[in-house]
Design a protein around this ligand. Sequence first.
Ligand code: UDP
Length: 497
Amino acid sequence: MSAQREMKEKNPWHTPVTIIITVIGVIAIVALVTVAVVQNRPLPQKYKYGIVLDAGSSHTALYIYEWPAEKDNNTGRVEQKHSCKVDGPGISSYASAPLKAGQSLRECMQKAEKWVPSKRHHETPLYLGATAGMRLLNMVDSVASEDVFQAVKEALQKFPFSYQGARILSGQEEGAFGWVTVNYLDERLKQGLETTGALDLGGASTQISFVSDNYDGSESPNNSVNFRLYGNDYNLYTHSFLCYGKDQAHRLKLAHQTQSGPNAVADPCSHPGYNATKKYSVLYDSPCVSDRKPQGAPATFHHTGTGNLQQCQEVVRNVFNFTDCKYSHCSFNGVFQPILQGGFGAFSAYYFVMDFLNLTDTTVPLEAVKEQLKAYCATPWDQIVQQHPKAKLKYLAEYCFSGTYILSLLTEGYNFTSVTYSDIKFIEKIKGSDAGWTLGYMLNLTNMIPAEAPDFPPLPHAGYVSIVTIIAVLIFILFLFSLRPLWPRCSKQQQIV
Ligand SMILES: O=c1ccn([C@@H]2O[C@H](COP(=O)(O)OP(=O)(O)O)[C@@H](O)[C@H]2O)c(=O)[nH]1
């Protein structure tokens, strides 16, 4: 007993001061870690929204984007949350009944009202951008184009969102914002990586946009767009070919085939057995072809198919002009194009068509792709209809042409070779968001891509908690060491002895 008491007296750990200091130290550390874990817990995520309507030549689509509300400088990732395809044709088709253009948007707008939380409605920007269909209507009838916009504006303003305007995008904007979208979604801009080119095929126009070391904007400055994004400067080459979307290109091709106003056209780009009667007035009702209307042609012509890829390629080639080029390099129609560089994302109708034809895999050699297309074009029309009972006949009748046109545009128009063809990726979406100009347009108008790289992001919650815990444990160990002079000098055994 006395030996035990002696040991207790000699052991400084048992003095009241050290016990109190140790207890306070432990409480302090527990409090510090508790504050780190509890107080710094991320708040439940709140989101902001933006709505963009893409008023294309063939249809209108509505996209809803969402991003975290509390990120400083709007640097949070913007994602597409919902999309809605408007029933009916593009707004340019309502030139003679503009009110219907506005009415056509109602259903998708009502859905948008449900998708966006009501307390966010008033602060949600709403944009409508129209592309080549309205560009063409504006060229032939600017009053009708204004009337359509007026009707659309009135319809959109009835909804509780923050309406930011409806306008026609220039071809250059359409190309450049498509490029921004693709590179934003791939996170190439934020990370300063080499960018991907953008190939967009619509119904009435087509765009090509890419960054090339050979292009600084001095040759053909009209094709140059400069961006400063996340601290990097980009000199983008972009060109939009009006009338070279797949629907207008189809008209260009038919206009070429009906130059002398025959009453029958045997078309190698249509399937054998295909047979339709078409009106000359409808075919030539577009500024892309109206000046070529043959004189004294009958009212209608019979459009039949022969399904021959090689001949189809020859007919398609006629829609391009490869003769004039006053620049160092051209694509077609005398338009400057620098040397192709890097990977390309091909979206919109590029994807719809190549996906339908099962030709999205660009690692398949170009020659094999053509063989597959050749067999498809040669398939009799009734067989095609039977194999695709759900497909729209209008689309179905044109996939042979569309596939041939896409290959011709890419290889003969833009100069992709059988080697560089594999640099193209046919894409519909990137990480859940549709590839297209709409996201880039909204990011630009809401200043959501900063010109300079944002400051180093603060630590995530888990990182913060771990660091505080490590520091607390280290302080505790230091504290124990600081009490070293009070540590017992001898081992227990020695003390007993
Ligand atoms: O499932 C589909 C949906 C659309 N399209 C075509 O894709 C093009 C899209 O054109 P849009 O109206 O969007 O574009 P714009 O001409 O305004 O650029 C049109 O030729 C449509 O016919 C298609 O081939 N398959």
